[in-house]
Design a protein around this ligand. Structure first.
Ligand code: PMP
Ligand code: GLN
Length: 388
């Protein structure tokens, strides 16, 4: 009756844990990154029509061809990388599932996988379930710069795969061409495949999205992951996709067919409508998120926290050096239980002992009214007894 150690080591994710704590204390949940507003009507309507029209049986294993075509067209327009929809696109149950499939497909037990630290937590779980060994490229707050030395320290002769994330969760960093070129240099020199998690590619506030796949020598070794979750505010639909070179996609499809087999057919019809959105949809999305970011940053500064720069995704990290707490977990718990605003302690996104302990992460994927409510509560922080 004892569960296997393979999953017993995971416990509960920090997102589930902090959301539970937020609900228990009636806190404004700026911890788990999901919108508290609904996805677009035209996308929901398309999925409802698909159900009524009888699109309710298994979809093709790799996804609906008409959706794959739209994804390939979108990727080509935005990154310049041309993919063949029938062999170089795979649709799955969120980027989470496809990242897992790709790690299973591209590593052997004992191989090393290089990833940026802090990392999105599912990468670590996938690497461990595959029996591979994680190696981290340390990014340090507040700048989270990707340096040649940190990359060199993580790469070895056993490296088999590199995972990058642009824009980056949790830091809100958008890496520069020079930073991404360091990764490209290593990947080319060692002939490594690269997984590029770009689920926040539309949420950039300072400069246009730059995909590592568009750098020299990278299209032939990079798989790019996208999702309905962020761009269309539909995290509950679990529809994502990956595009990449044929051999890497074929290996990932082989895993996908036994993990989920297919992705809900009517939701893929909804996804087609999403990808047909007019340019104004994306302009409005970014403008709205920029305004939410500015609201949150102002509220954090007013509460005497130290918000770090955010140029992408929907997270702002902030230091709490003016308050007397030992680490991020203690501060996040205090903030949730006593102040009524939940945040994520980023030590959960680290392998390096002590990593992430000096700051917490807030999401601004919330209505302005929600952020205003959080701002109101955060005002109590500056006057609290825990101020140094
Ligand atoms: N990658 C990153 C960096 C994320 O923040 C998220 C959000 N949960 C995901 C992947 C997962 O996306 P999806 O909802 O498509 O599984
Ligand atoms: N991506 C979201 C975040 O980083 C939540 C993901 C999850 O709950 N698994 O907050």
């Amino acid at each position: 009756m004892r569960p296997a150690t393979r999953t017993a080591m995971f416990g509960t994710t920090i997102f589930t844990e902090m959301t539970r704590l937020a609900n228990e204390h009636g806190a404004v949940n700026l911890a788990q990154g999901f919108p508290d507003f609904d996805g677009p009507e035209f996308v929901k309507e398309a999925a409802k029509r698909a159900i009524d029209a009888g699109h309710n049986q298994y979809a093709p294993m790799a996804g609906l061809p008409a959706l794959a075509e739209r994804i390939a067209r979108d990727v080509a327009a935005r990154t310049g990388v041309v993919r063949e929809p029938s062999t170089e696109v795979l649709i799955g149950c969120g980027a989470t599932e496809l990242l897992f499939d790709a790690v299973l497909a591209l590593t052997e037990p004992g191989d090393e996988v290089v990833m940026l630290e802090p990392f999105y937590d599912s990468y670590l779980a996938a690497v461990r379930l595959a029996g591979a060994t994680p190696r981290v490229v340390r990014l340090s707050p507040p700048a989270f710069e990707l340096t040649r030395d940190a990359l060199a320290a993580a790469v070895s002769d056993r490296t088999r795969l590199i995972v990058v994330n642009q824009p980056h969760n949790p830091s809100g960093r958008v890496f520069t061409r020079a930073e991404l070129s360091l990764v490209a240099e290593v990947a080319r020199a060692r002939d490594l495949p690269c997984l590029s998690d770009e689920v926040y590619d539309r949420l950039v506030y300072a400069r246009p999205h730059l995909s590592p796949s568009s750098l020299e020598g990278m299209a032939e070794r990079t798989m790019v992951f996208g999702s309905l979750s962020k761009t269309y505010s539909l995290t509950g639909w679990r529809v994502g996709w990956v595009t990449g070179p044929r051999e890497l996609v074929a290996a990932t499809r082989a895993a996908h067919q036994f993990v989920t087999f297919t992705t809900p057919a009517p939701l893929q019809h909804g996804a087609m409508a999403a990808l047909d959105a007019p340019p104004e949809y994306y302009g409005r999305l970014v403008d709205d998120y920029r305004a939410r970011r500015d609201l949150l940053v102002a509220a954090l500064a007013e509460a005497e926290l130290e918000p770090f720069a955010c140029d992408g995704a929907y997270f702002v990290c902030a230091g709490f050096s003016r308050f007397a707490f030992d680490d991020d977990v203690a501060f996040a718990r205090f903030l949730t239980a006593e102040i009524g605003v939940a945040a994520i302690p980023p030590s959960a996104f680290h392998l390096t002992p002590g990593g992430g302990r000096s700051y917490v992460r807030f999401t601004f994927a919330k209505q302005q009214a929600t952020l205003a409510r959080a701002a109101e509560r955060l005002r109590a922080l500056a006057g609290s007894a825990r101020r140094r």
